[in-house]
Design a protein around this ligand. Structure first.
Ligand code: HAM
Length: 434
């Protein structure tokens, strides 16, 4: 057993997995840019009040899962690692007076989030999200644009058949009366509630709606539904979101029991699940509208909408769907040599090739040529540049590791030759022998 291990709920992303995550990050950033979202970066930690006020003090995320930092100074502000990006981004929007910028302000961020949750498969204490936020547009068209962007991300990532669940959870005009009605409904069925749900009833009655407990599923089937109780403005907004989604060809399922785990949501709410899977813990993304959040964090009343996609879970879902999520970067060539001790020459030639822009590995160990060539093949390199006796005459041997052919090339023309040979290799042509 090693003395030190990564903290529980975190994991080291070793090269193959990190490459898979990097691919998703690149895809996310390119896609967001194509839709006109600009990158933003906020600190990994904020005053904990940003999350307490923004996300809501009685949410699981704040109440149970906030990673509070221990200040060194007694009088210091209380800080917490960010459990999600939206509150921090909205804090930045207010702090930097972004309401004076052309609206909406469309930003995107990809990075790690921290939740002190009970770790299990797909639920980590440090995880990665791709987040986009459009602040300053009341919708409904932008709601559909954002959901379509999310749908495209999964498709481009190679994840087929995700399910998008959609709901409207109303606003300050219609939700309070609905919450009262729902609470009264559950109170009338108190005896049927499992103890954990009974305990949540008075504090967060909406959360009982997406409980996966079989008794709750049966009860919720007959519980009052928010979508039947939306005020006229929310109902019109929801209908218009659906019209826009239809226009851009996004498939979704209406899910009147969908409520989100963060308190800032109003109106549009959505979650995404991999094919054939459901349940909060397996959502691969979620988002919605938060028309009260800017004001809650001290700004002028400003609407907003966004989403966060869980990249760790997308990687897991890609794996489960048998989609190769990782691509091992292979060097085009490995520089090897017949004199195991001559690391100077191997390093020098490799450095020149890299300077010319070629991905090249140099054999820097002192093993025999045969072993060096075996390692080059294991690396997936297409070519070996073999330094031998002809190096004195400023020549090397360029070997095509797949075809097993080899020819002499001058050191001065090596980068050009390698580039040409790589292109032919890519097009399935054998390298000509001299
Ligand atoms: P969320 O639903 O709390 O929303 O998280 C978004 C996604 O992050 C989830 O669907 C899931 O894929 C992933 N996720 C959450 N917790 C974990 C965890 N412990 N381990 C692995 N993955 C996890 C938000 O965070 C909102 N800020 C989304 C948003 C943006 N709404 C408006 N703008």
């Amino acid at each position: 057993m090693p003395t030190f291990r990564a903290p529980r709920g975190t994991r080291d992303l070793l090269p193959p997995e990190r490459v898979g995550l990097a691919r998703l990050e690149r895809l996310a950033q390119d896609l967001a840019a194509r839709y006109g979202y600009h990158p933003i970066e906020t600190p990994l930690f904020e005053q904990s009040a940003v999350f307490e006020r923004g996300i809501g003090e009685v949410t699981d995320v704040v109440e149970k899962e906030l990673f509070l930092l221990q200040p060194r100074d007694e009088d210091a502000e209380r800080w917490a690692l960010r459990p999600e990006p939206t509150a921090g981004i909205v804090r930045a929007y207010v702090q930097h007076g972004m309401q004076t910028w052309p609206q909406p302000v469309k930003v995107t961020m990809t990075g790690s989030m921290f939740r002190y949750d009970r770790p299990q498969a797909g639920r980590y204490r440090q995880f990665w999200q791709f987040d986009v936020e459009a602040i300053g547009d009341p919708g409904p068209a932008v709601d559909a644009e954002i959901i379509e962007l999310a749908a495209r991300f999964y498709r481009d990532a190679g994840l087929p058949g995700v399910t998008i669940l959609l709901n409207s959870i109303g606003d300050g005009a219609c939700r309070p009366a609905y919450v009262d009605e729902l609470t009264a409904f559950y109170r009338a069925h108190l005896g049927e509630l499992p103890p954990a749900e009974r305990a949540r009833l008075e504090r967060a009655p909406l959360r009982l709606l997406d409980s996966k407990d079989a008794r709750m599923v049966a009860l919720n089937a007959v519980a009052p539904q928010i979508t039947d109780r939306l005020c006229d403005a929310c109902a019109a907004h929801f209908a218009a979101v659906r019209t826009h989604l239809h226009a851009v060809g996004v498939d979704y399922q209406l899910e009147p029991h969908l409520v989100r785990g963060l308190d800032y949501y109003t109106r549009t709410a959505f979650e995404v699940y991999p094919a054939g899977v459901s349940g909060q813990q397996s959502a691969i993304g979620g988002g919605g509208r938060y028309d009260g959040l800017v004001e809650l964090l001290g700004g002028r009343p400003t609407p907003g909408i966004g989403f966060g996609l869980g990249l760790d879970r997308v990687l897991l879902a890609l794996g489960a769907a048998g989609v190769p999520a990782t691509v091992e970067p292979a060097p085009v060539a490995v520089v090897v040599g017949s004199d195991p001790a001559d690391t100077v020459a191997r390093l020098r030639i490799a450095t020149e090739l890299r300077g010319a822009g070629l991905p090249v590995r140099a054999e820097l160990g002192q093993r025999k040529l045969g072993k060096q060539l075996e390692a080059a093949a294991r690396d997936g390199a297409h070519f070996a540049v073999i330094l031998g006796d002809d190096l004195a005459g400023a020549h090397v041997q360029l070997r095509d590791l797949e075809a097993g052919t080899q020819r002499a090339v001058s050191v001065t023309g090596l980068a050009r030759e390698l580039e040409r040979a790589t292109k032919s290799h890519r097009h399935g042509l054998a390298t000509p022998e001299s």
